[in-house]
Design a protein around this ligand. Sequence first.
Ligand code: HEC
Length: 447
Amino acid sequence: MRVALGSILLFLVMACRPQGDVEASNDTTTGSTYYEDVKPILDAYCISCHGDEAGIAPFPLTTYESAAASAELIAEEVSAKRMPPWGAEPGHTLLKFDVSLSEEQIDLLVAWSIDAQEGDSENEGGPIEVDRGGLKRIDLELPMAVAYTPSVYPDDYRCFALDWPEDELTYITGFVGLPGNREVVHHLLTFLVPPDQAELVSGFDEMYDDGPGWPCFGGPTPSVDYDGASVFGQMLGVWAPGMGGMALPEGTGVPVSAGSVPVLQVHYNTLNSYASDLSALGVQLSHEPVRAGFVLPFFDLSWYMDPSSMTIDAGEADAQHGYQEAIQDNYIFQMVGFDETGAEIHSVFPHMHQLGTTISVYLDRANGDREYLVRVPSYDFNWQREYVFEASLTAEPEDRLGIECRWNNTESYRIEHDMTPTEPEDVGWGEGTVDEMCIATMYMTTP
Ligand code: HEC
């Protein structure tokens, strides 16, 4: 499927070339060269994963030879917008830390791939600056207690409880994932478990004797052989290679009470190796009170109460579920007072599991206008991320927030995405690898 689409694109590009070009010598080319045009793009957008050192990507793109050897594949992946992983459709709420290529850059890589000219290293194009965010400082590093060696192929999802050393109310004002071993760490998620559930979470590690931590997937609750109570961790942040730290908007922070337990969920990808890892969470703190922000989930609570109310039928190629509700009527928003004040929304993290194909989060204004916070038309579980708005959005109490999710639950889709089992079965809401979710987590403050 992938190859077929790429070949068609490539065919179209070839077909558009002037006739005489095919036979022509190297000096009648598309004009673009590796050193002048391509290297600056690869350096800025690709080598954070496709680096020389062991990275999470299967091959480096750091030299002319390596780039030329994959020129066609590069053209195919960037045209399909699978690389670099970004996901968000342009044209909606403006996003910060956008690491996607412009149409001009894509055209350039496609044109270059036809003859993959090297050019002259003396004429190397200037560097391209990409804003990936970052923290001013890391005040606290919270490492895993001991190293873990992933053992599940091709993906091992593992949770680790971290020690929270602060003994009074503190505000987290920024977050960064600190991967221990880039050869195996695909991404990091952090949940903050409140003190009243700390004991429950602390018991999980001992329940699993296959090494430190416990298997988990959609949240901090164990995803294998567990039928106890769920843990409701507030999601703090996500990190993937090439992402900088995430500083929360100036003057705001997530309040953390003493006795809370941060849980680090690591997605290990074991396609290339089973090396051991000791990752950490880095945080920026304020001990002085700042404006409290909340990382809140938006979803239909009835999906959670009755997982079958979000059934995705076996064999269904385009299953859909959605939900919308006015800010003032939403139970979770009421708990923090947004039903009275409305909410200022700073970022959104759309989340489904492996069958997910498309996810959108929108705001329906009282005057009937719809604004998409984000639309991810080709959702990829492996490349989910948090999208930060260039300017925050203010939602009035009567504005309606909505989420729309689509899934493909066919055998061919499961095979194509290396899922087990490949035989479709009815799927409902849940935190396990074979369950699904449809949720948008947002960082919100009082306007
Ligand atoms: C955030 C990490 C990351 C970044 C940034 C990234 N890649 Fe990748 N790339 C990967 C991973 C991991 C794979 C392996 C397949 C997968 O997991 O999707 C991959 C696979 C590929 C493939 C092979 C696809 C296939 O089907 O075999 C190509 C070609 C590629 N990347 C090109 C690029 C180019 C060009 C850029 C920059 C414009 C880029 N990548 C940026 C992580 C990344």
